[in-house]
Ligand binder design. Structure first.
Ligand code: NAD
Length: 444
């Protein structure tokens, strides 16, 4: 059936379904529609489906006008009715892959979506999983579910894994110019899925199996977690030695070979770097293997919020102030600049810790109106904290300003002119700003 499928794609006659319209799924859906396919997005969240059908985007990297045009042209629609999966020739799913409280993989979203696919699986379909997961998920979990329906791989349907590498908020690299790794359960599946992605991506890199593709994604993100861990450890060491970490990294990065700079920060956040390595270490444990780099990186990275609190305490101490009763203003709570995502953001842990020590904590984030805290973490339980306006009065009233996220739109010049003490965890303040600053600045 591979040849039929490939012809359908080449002729742009294939209908494409994307399950899970979040940071990964919505850009993908729009990209396929823009390249001439008829696409349907499947969501469990009725509000998201309604927003798309009304021609609006809720994802920063997808412009509303693009969705509107495609909806009006009748090429793109969203639904919560999974019966329409039957009409799709290719079904790609991009549902969340969080961790359980025990830090074990939670593949329940994958299973729920796969059950929907299972119900409507028919001859001629290609199914592709994009959610980050442990090596073996596609072969060991999905394939048996689909074969249970009496259909045969290659003869009746095709199955592949292709990891997503989207970097929300990155204007330079978007779906079309990020090379795509594709690995099928069979050679036919690899070829069909590679042909599908080549319609929207400049460079498709095929590998020999779904497992290789699954492992490649985990290597990429584990590589980042480990190297950020190294940079974070260096930052703590440099603080103890009274050396400027950033100057050290900049100097080392002048070496034109054999060194790649990674930078310290207040801790790792988002849906990928803090979680994905656990998918690999969990699979390793199943095989009696202890992945020590992953454990060490997690240990070092998870200590960074506490280190940030130490910098605040040290800064206040020099002013003869205690953290208890001091007013601390966080700039940014999103896990990285210029996006509104607070999942696993270190800012939440920093706020928790500052409050636990009696600080009066406020925050300003142009992208995040409100953050909510779990009952378990916050005294009083489950309340929301809202972003305050970055007024002169707010800056002057803060005993310490902590730059947790280096959003581009913040007037840092203004911040350095009015705040008395700044802890900069992101090197948001460049040399000129630091030299002209009225504030005392402590850098990570
Ligand atoms: N966000 C990133 O930067 C990024 C980058 C690379 C890979 N990934 C991976 O991609 C996957 C998706 O991540 P995301 O950031 O897009 O998540 P997300 O939470 O933004 O989006 C997931 C969407 O799936 C929907 N959903 C959940 N269960 C569903 C079901 N059974 N049927 C239909 N829809 C369902 C949710 O309502 C949500 O809208 C994860 O595995 C993640 O690790 C994410």
């Amino acid at each position: 059936m591979k040849e039929e499928f490939i012809k359908l794609i080449t002729d742009k006659g294939a209908r494409i379904g994307v399950i899970g319209l979040g940071y990964v799924g919505l850009p993908l859906l729009v990209e396929f529609a823009r390249s001439g396919f008829n696409v349907t997005g499947f969501e469990v969240d009725e509000h998201k489906a309604a927003e798309i059908n009304a021609g609006r985007s809720y994802i920063g990297d997808v412009v509303g006008s693009a969705v509107r045009e495609l909806v009006h042209a009748d090429r793109l629609r969203a639904t919560t009715d999974f019966q329409y999966l039957k009409d799709c020739d290719a079904v790609i799913f991009c549902v969340p892959t969080p961790l359980r409280k025990t830090k074990e993989p939670d593949v329940s979203y994958i299973l729920a979506a796969a059950e929907q696919i299972q119900k409507s699986l028919r001859r001629g379909q290609l199914i592709v999983l994009e959610s980050t997961t442990y090596p073996g998920t596609t072969d060991e979990v999905l394939l048996p579910m689909f074969e249970e329906m009496g259909l045969k791989l290659d003869e009746d349907f095709l199955l592949a894994f292709s990891p997503e590498r989207v970097d929300p908020g990155n204007p330079q690299f978007q779906t079309h110019n990020i090379p795509k790794v594709v690995g099928g359960c069979t050679q036919d599946s690899t070829e069909a899925a590679s042909h599908l992605y080549s319609q929207i991506v400049n460079d498709v890199h095929s590998v020999s199996s779904a497992r290789v593709a699954e492992a490649a994604k985990l290597l990429e993100n584990t590589f980042r977690a480990v190297n950020i861990g190294m940079a974070n450890e260096m930052a703590r060491l440099c603080y103890a030695l009274n050396i400027d970490t950033w100057e050290v990294i900049r100097a080392a990065a002048t070496k034109p070979f054999g060194f790649m700079p990674f930078y310290p920060g207040p801790g790792i956040g988002g849906h990928c770097i803090p979680l994905d390595p656990h998918y690999l270490s969990w699979k390793a444990r199943q095989h009696g293997f202890d992945s020590r780099f992953i454990g060490l990186a997690e240990e070092v990275n998870s200590r960074m919020p506490e280190h940030v609190v130490t910098l605040v305490v040290d800064g206040l101490n020099d002013e003869r102030k205690s953290l208890k009763g001091s007013r601390v203003l966080l700039l940014g709570v999103a896990y990285k600049k210029d996006i509104n995502d607070v999942r696993e953001s270190p800012a939440l842990s920093i706020i928790d810790r500052l409050r636990a020590k009696g600080a009066d904590v406020r925050y300003h984030d142009p992208f995040v109106e409100e953050v909510r805290f779990d009952d378990a973490h916050t005294e009083g339980g489950g309340e929301a904290l809202s972003s305050v306006e970055l007024t002169d009065a707010e800056l002057k009233a803060a005993d310490c300003v902590v730059i947790v996220t280096d959003h581009s739109g913040i007037d840092y010049h203004h911040v350095t002119a009015l705040a008395p003490l700044i802890v900069d965890t992101r090197i948001a303040l460049n040399g000129d700003l630091r030299r002209a600053s009225h504030a005392r600045i402590i850098r990570l």
